[in-house]
Design a protein around this ligand. Structure first.
Ligand code: ADP
Ligand code: MG
Length: 393
């Protein structure tokens, strides 16, 4: 799960991570009021979307930049009016862009240097790590590729946590000395506490800035949270903005389904993540393109199967469905009943290939055959893949 920058700022304030004061606004008038409350001169207006690269982005109506530094509250109000209700395209949004329905008004600072600083879960070392760089404000993937020597990496011990000497080490590697190193260390420690206590998998500050009056401040924030820990993060869960997410994935999560939309035209409905992966592979192997990854889980109910069909059919690209179920825990006959109910309820009118195997498979197949629906039955995975690829060709 991700959150907006203005929400990240609330977490920064709660955990004592230094950041300029900011207020969120949904209308130009609110933006003007927020700007007067913060007080000029020196304000920044920032489009709130779940994507980076806003500064260099362009709105679909031609207006340039999702981050503007302005002098007066009047200017802040005017710029907010130009951003709100418009679609911003950045290198992270894809060509369709993202609708801006909120802007952040914040105090602007005079920057003397920008850095990159992140804490993330590092799968390679099975632990948490700091990634930092003197090349702030830039695309970090590009820095890592072109100038890997400019990337600082420091592993954090899973039980000891971030140590003071590590903060000094990273600050020194960034070229920060004296009071600045002390301030940076304080910010790193506060950010580590935030990261750990909020079950983040990534907190990225790009840029972390040193101001001309020698303050260390976080000017941007990107957060990822561990979805499996959200049940114990009430405050964070309340920050979820479903309008920023793929509506199909939102619907799927409401029914406890694991769904990820893809670009192809063959929808898959499978139980078990491993089987779902191999189903996508074998579709591709036989020349087809999967429209999604969908794992209904080990003990799917009729309601879940129906919901899964509805989500799949909500995708206009879908030209056929492959159901691939291995009844290990699940009874194939229950699945068959679910498929029939879903097919009837959604007035299914595209090819449906079903491969059932395992527990009570004979009864399941008999149920499908007796339904009178146009369902193509398959004997094994290869047969199923060939049949659905041929059906959508
Ligand atoms: P994005 O990464 O989406 O482009 P940022 O928040 O990083 O958005 O903003 C882009 C640039 O705008 C930053 O690199 C920084 O130079 C400038 N900026 C952002 N916030 C402020 C601020 N409060 N004061 C001054 N400049 C800022
Ligand atoms: Mg940034």
């Amino acid at each position: 799960m991700n959150i907006h920058e203005y929400q990240a700022k609330q977490l920064f304030e709660k955990f004592g991570v230094a950041t300029p004061k900011g207020i969120v606004a949904s209308t130009a008038e609110e933006a003007g009021k927020a700007a007067r409350e913060i007080g000029g001169p020196g304000l920044v207006v920032k489009a709130q979307i779940h994507a980076g690269g806003r500064g260099k982005g362009t709105f679909k109506n031609g207006f340039k930049g999702g981050v503007h530094v302005v002098d007066t509250p009047e200017q802040a109000q005017e710029i907010a009016g130009k951003m709100l209700g418009q679609t911003l395209v950045t290198h992270q949004t894809g060509p369709e862009g993202k609708l801006v329905s909120k802007v952040l008004i914040a105090k602007s600072v005079d920057i003397s240097k920008e850095y990159y600083f992140a804490i993330l879960f590092d799968r390679g070392s099975s632990g948490h790590a700091i990634i930092a760089s003197t090349e702030g404000g830039m695309n970090i993937e590009e820095v890592a590729e072109k100038t890997p020597e400019k990337i600082i990496k420091e592993f954090i011990h899973p039980t000891l946590g971030l140590q003071a000497y590590q903060c000094r080490k990273v600050a020194a590697a960034l070229g920060l000395r004296g009071a600045l190193a002390g301030q940076a260390g304080k910010l790193f420690t506060a950010l580590w506490n935030l990261y750990l206590k909020s079950d983040c998998s990534l907190v990225e500050i790009n840029p972390l800035a040193i101001t001309t009056d020698n303050q260390v401040v976080a000017l941007d924030a990107k957060f990822n949270f561990d979805d499996n820990a959200l049940y114990r993060q009430k405050d964070v869960t309340e920050m979820r903005d479903k309008t920023e997410e793929d509506p199909r994935e939102v619907a799927a999560s409401e029914f406890g389904l694991n769904y990820i939309g893809l670009d192809g035209n063959i929808a898959c409905l499978v139980n078990g993540a491993g089987l779902a992966m191999s189903t996508m592979d074998i579709i591709k192997f036989h020349g087809g393109e999967p429209a999604n990854f969908l794992d209904v889980g080990g003990g799917a109910t009729k309601e879940q199967v129906t919901a899964a069909f509805k989500i799949i059919l909500g995708d206009p690209n879908v030209k056929g469905i492959l159901v691939n179920i291995f009844g290990g825990i699940m009874d194939c006959n229950i699945i068959a009943t679910g498929i029939i109910a879903a097919a009837q309820e959604t007035s299914l009118n595209i090819p449906l290939v079903v491969r059932l195997e395992g527990n009570n498979v004979e009864a399941g197949k008999a149920t499908l055959a007796a339904s009178g629906l146009k369902i193509t039955s398959a004997d094994d995975l290869t047969d199923a893949a060939k049949k659905i690829v041929a059906a959508v060709a």
